[in-house]
Design a protein. Structure first.
Length: 581
DNA sequence: GCCGTTTTCGGCCCGACTGTTTTCAGTCG
């Protein structure tokens, strides 16, 4: 049991309360508890056992929710939720996934027409039983048909790299068409989340209708969902939704701020505006005269840039990656975050010797061309048969080849290393006397990724305590949108890493991003250094660096906390110290 | 249900678009 179970608990509360017609602020409060639990680096299950009163000190969690968490942790269930489940058909929440269908519509379908799930909605549609239902005209009924078809093929949240391709091609299309003067992507893509719900674009256009027309007819658009003078949404053939907002030039900063979110960050900013007798919306910051739409009557106090808006609220600018469920004083004016330009070393790379596609010399040359001062060659170890892992003999020969390559290319330190498998019991895939001959050891789990949580934690803790390990590579083995990976007690793994002085990897590949943002933040809070590595396999393998850097930024990491951002002397000293040299 | 340098009660973000409406509720982000 972990925070994610508490998240699910309150998400279910929120949905069921919504469908039973509960007070919408109560619904919102439960959803807020779920968000708070999701964003917390505190182990709430542990806290519920050790210091239950402290639960309600967390912002968004009050006495009622704290009691529910304690009940859940101690008994494994919450009576009130079990009672709620008996009131709502199990298939009903799925209807909320239909575009344009919210709680009011679902309740109407349920109570007036006895619809309890998607299947009964389909048959009701087929039999024409929705005729005469208040608010359900022909278009709404057609949208239900379309929505069911959409749900059957829905992609859900997509990986950040897939969303970025869509965003960049839309931006290129609109720029090339000459219909926008300024355009940026906002939303969770700008905040660097690992998955993206939909792509948000904010633009300035002299001729807005023309820009909207160009947007709605760009290549790859499958369906225009909504279109108006300032806002349009389309669904692309690959299922990704793209929204375009067009705002006046003077409001570009306010719109970018507003549409970058997160929702929770915006709520905090608006709350701060309210305290000061001001109103914040996507057009700017205004004096609050108690009437609606101040932007129609007043000049804004600030609106042109994000920085100007934060300053007008008495705050320093916040990096987009930090604009999540966190207090404003933590994220505004945060110490500088690590950047791609700070990264000067790659400590996890493969060659043709195992499953990479670049020969050793080319890998070294490309690392040097990127301006790196250090590259670690870390091919797979012998147990990774599917990846052509190196036998001990091949590994020892590779050490000589690495020395030779370093001398031949020149101007870059090349470390002989290995990405050694962490075996199922936490032991490593080469004996210590072999590992001791390497400059750098990255230890990673590759097999048995469905291990029970306690065994998995013991496995990673044992690897973290191994005196010859430098870095734990992709510690959970998860794949974004692919497989969950090991369910580690991350507090225990981080504690072991801190004790033994091991760094934790943020694997930068967008399919991995492992550690994920929250775990990287927990590592930083514990004082454990991070390694941002591309896990290079191919010629373009270094290009994923930005995704890893963004995860580190979301964790609040500065260059100080990232070993690849250290200068050569410091990094080499750290690596050597792990060998007692 | 949560929260408080206006408040322990009375608020709780707000604007755009759609569809079914004759003036607005519902949904979305």
């Amino acid at each position: 049991m972990g925070n994610e179970d508490i998240v699910r608990l309150f998400e279910e509360f929120a949905v069921l309360l919504e469908l039973t017609g509960a007070n919408s602020f109560r619904v919102l409060a439960n959803a807020k508890v779920a968000r708070a639990a999701e964003a917390s680096t505190i182990d709430l299950v542990h806290l519920a056992r050790s210091d239950p009163k402290a639960l309600s000190n967390i912002d968004g969690i009050g006495g009622g929710s704290a009691a529910k968490i304690v009940e859940f942790v101690t008994t494994g269930a919450v009576k009130e939720l079990i009672e709620l489940r008996t009131q709502v058909p199990a298939g009903l929440p799925a209807l909320l996934g239909l575009p344009g269908v919210g709680p009011k519509s679902v309740r109407l379908l349920w109570q007036e027409r006895g619809i309890v799930d998607l299947a009964s909605l389909e048959s009701a549609l087929a039999e024409g039983r929705l005729q005469g239902l208040a608010g359900f005209g022909p278009k709404k009924i057609q949208n239900l048909h379309d929505g069911i078809a959409f749900l059957k093929t829905a992609v859900g949240r997509v990986r950040i790299d897939d969303a970025l391709v869509v965003a960049e091609s839309a931006i290129t299309h609109l720029r090339d068409a000459g219909v926008v003067d300024q355009i940026e992507f906002a939303g969770s893509l700008r905040r660097g989340k690992e998955t993206i719900g939909d792509v948000d674009l904010v633009a300035v256009a002299a001729n807005a209708p023309r820009a909207m027309e160009s947007f709605c007819s760009m290549p790859g658009v499958a369906k225009v969902l909504v279109t108006g003078p300032t806002k349009s949404s389309v669904r692309m053939e690959d299922g990704i939704q793209v929204d375009l907002r067009i705002v006046p030039e003077h409001a570009f900063g306010a719109a970018l701020l507003y549409f970058t979110g997160s929702k929770e960050h915006n709520v905090l900013l608006r709350g701060r505006a309210q305290q000061r007798g001001l109103r914040l919306n996507e057009y700017g910051l205004f004096e609050d005269d108690g009437l609606d739409a101040p932007q129609d009557r007043r000049a804004p106090l600030a609106s042109r840039t994000e920085k100007e808006l934060y300053e007008a609220l008495g705050l320093a600018w916040a990096e987009p990656e930090l604009r999540e469920v966190r207090p404003l004083d933590e994220v505004c004016g945060h110490a500088p975050l690590v950047t791609v330009a700070d990264i000067r070393a790659e400590l996890h790379a493969h060659t043709t010797e195992s499953d990479g596609s670049m020969p050793l010399l080319e890998l070294v040359q490309r690392a040097k061309d990127r301006g790196f001062h250090t590259l670690a060659v870390t091919d797979h170890s012998r147990s990774s048969v599917q990846a052509n892992g190196l036998s001990i003999d091949r590994l020892l020969r590779q050490i000589d080849a690495v020395r030779e390559a370093e001398a031949r290319v020149g101007g870059i330190r090349v470390l002989a290393g290995s990405e050694v498998d962490i075996l199922v019991d936490g032991s490593l895939d080469y004996p210590d006397d072999v590992l001791a001959q390497l400059d750098l050891v990255v230890a990673s789990p590759h097999a048995s990724l469905r291990q029970a949580p306690d065994l998995a934690t013991a496995r990673l803790v044992r690897a973290a305590r191994h005196p010859l390990v430098h870095i734990l590579g992709h510690p959970t083995g998860r794949l974004v949108n692919g497989r969950p990976g090991l369910e580690l007690d991350m507090h225990a793994v981080i504690a072991a890493a801190r004790e033994s002085g091991v760094a934790l990897e943020i694997n930068a590949h967008p399919a991995r991003l492992d550690l994920r943002d929250l775990h990287a933040r927990m590592a930083i809070e514990a004082g454990v250094p991070l390694a941002i590595d591309c896990d290079v396999h191919a010629r373009d393998g270094f290009d994923v660096l930005g995704y890893g850097v963004q995860v580190a930024r979301r964790a609040g990491a500065g260059p100080e906390q990232v070993i690849n951002a250290w200068d050569a002397a410091r990094l080499h000293a750290w690596i050597a110290a792990r060998r007692g040299r």
